[in-house]
Design a protein around this ligand. Structure first.
Ligand code: ZN
Length: 258
């Protein structure tokens, strides 16, 4: 779960608020006005708090890209945009884990208060870009292909998300980072970026600190599912065709014991 706050208006949106009371506490503690729920997909561990959220905040809009999303009030499609104060939220359709999976890409107006030239006045970097990826893209991994094909996951990860600016921060739906990096290292034992990130992630987890966010640039260095063209990854799978590489990676990951 995440709480996204536009500091210029104190408007907020909750991403996959499955524990509605915990989000309500955060909304209260931050003194913000909740405007929306952004649902990545219909699975219970992402959407099951929506009815409770609507009960507590009857004015909010519940967004999602799938009619199976609990308490959905506004259906979105690829390319739709949502305004939250000075924040622009673009809906990215990334089917495969589920058919209606949506990632939410957030950018900020350059000067939300429209006053002084110079540094942004809303406390955040105006150039900061973030994407909420649900169960499509994890740090060093991806979601299971419950309702889609290797081709769809390739398109979702390597075209839709892969074409976002490299410094876009990635906020995913689960923290599977250490297990994913262990698998990534088994795919590419010589990859120094994976080695150092695994070491970093294990230290973070030991200190009970999050390993999220990542960045799109980081994922392209360490996530095997975003490295299908690499000879080392092809060699591990024994395949040349990128979609076959994707299929074998997913299959091996399902069997992998970290
Ligand atoms: Zn899911």
């Amino acid at each position: 779960m995440y709480l996204l706050i536009d500091e210029s208006t104190r408007h907020a949106a909750a991403i996959d608020p499955v524990n509605a009371s915990a989000i309500a506490t955060a909304v209260h503690d931050h003194g913000v006005e909740l405007k929306a729920v952004l649902t990545t997909h219909h699975h219970y561990d992402h959407a099951n708090g929506n009815a409770d959220m609507l009960g507590m905040y009857p004015e909010i809009t519940i967004y999602g890209g799938d009619s199976r999303v609990q308490a959905l009030t506004k259906s979105v499609n690829h390319g739709d945009t949502i305004k939250l104060g000075s924040l622009n939220i673009e809906c990215l359709s990334t089917p495969c884990h589920t058919k209606g999976h949506i990632c939410y890409y957030v950018t900020c107006d350059p000067d939300p208060l429209g006053s002084n030239p110079g540094p942004p006045t809303n406390g955040a970097l105006a150039s900061e870009k973030v994407v909420f990826t649900g169960d499509t893209l994890f740090v060093a991994g991806c979601g299971r292909f419950f309702e889609g094909s290797p081709e769809q996951m390739d398109y979702s990860l390597n075209v839709i998300l892969g074409n976002l600016p490299p410094d876009t921060k990635v906020y995913c739906g689960h923290e599977y980072t250490v297990a994913n990096l262990k698998f990534a290292l088994s795919v590419e034992p010589q990859n120094v970026d994976i080695k150092s990130k695994l070491n970093w992630a294990q230290n973070r987890v030991a200190k009970k600190e999050p390993t999220i966010p990542s960045t799109i640039a980081d994922e392209k260095k360490t996530n095997p599912f975003m490295r299908l063209k690499r000879s080392s990854v092809k060699k591990y799978t024994g395949e040349q065709d990128e979609l076959e590489v994707m299929a074998v990676l997913r299959h091996r990951k399902n069997e992998f014991q970290a």
